[in-house]
Design a protein. Sequence first.
Length: 249
Amino acid sequence: MEKKKKNGVQSRTIRVLLLCICLLLSISIPVGATQYDPPRASNYDFDYPYGPDSTPCASDAADHQDEALYDGRSYTNSAAIPAWEKMADDAIFSFVGHGDNGVISFWDGDESGYILADYYVNYSYPTDTSDYKYLSNYSTELSDLLHAAYISCNSANESSEVGNLTSYSYQKGVDTTLGFLTNIGAAQACDFSWKYWYNLAIYNWTVSTSADSAKYYAAVYNGGQFEGIQNYVIVGNPQLTIKPARYGS
């Protein structure tokens, strides 16, 4: 009887030790991103209640990305938090909609939402919604993102409150990001997006060449007016191509 009791105590001790080890591992190892085959590409556009309408930019971009052998996905009127969550598993992220220094603005059909660059303690923005996330909430998950394109007003500008969305994305691991330094016309943004992803996916041009071509395309189809679409910034490798389909390095 004594031997059986001793064995039982030892067995319970081993189980407790194993449980403690598992708990320590779960605490110390961050949850990583998932890489899918084919790599995922998420695209966002919006029919804002206060205008303008950026559809069907997302579905057009997804179609082009499918031709480059990505899993192109389009989301119209998405909330910000689900988009932020998907970024960790994306190889490509494309947004066409409202933006400002350090932030891109979402609309889910009911309320506004935001993805912001960094969190500053002395800043209470945003105050009008609970639907927001900061890129600084990520650790290393964005290292899987090959390319992020923020086709929105002022998306490459610095905010004294929340930082710079385009440069901060690169700092968090995105291989190459694209954003804009000024306000851009809504029609030009949509035309730029269409031609940009066509160039990248069909011609396999670099980010730099694709953007340069897309700005002229957008101007030509809007009466020769650039409306700020020429004021883009590329952070990272301007010679990046998206083919073959892959995640970031």
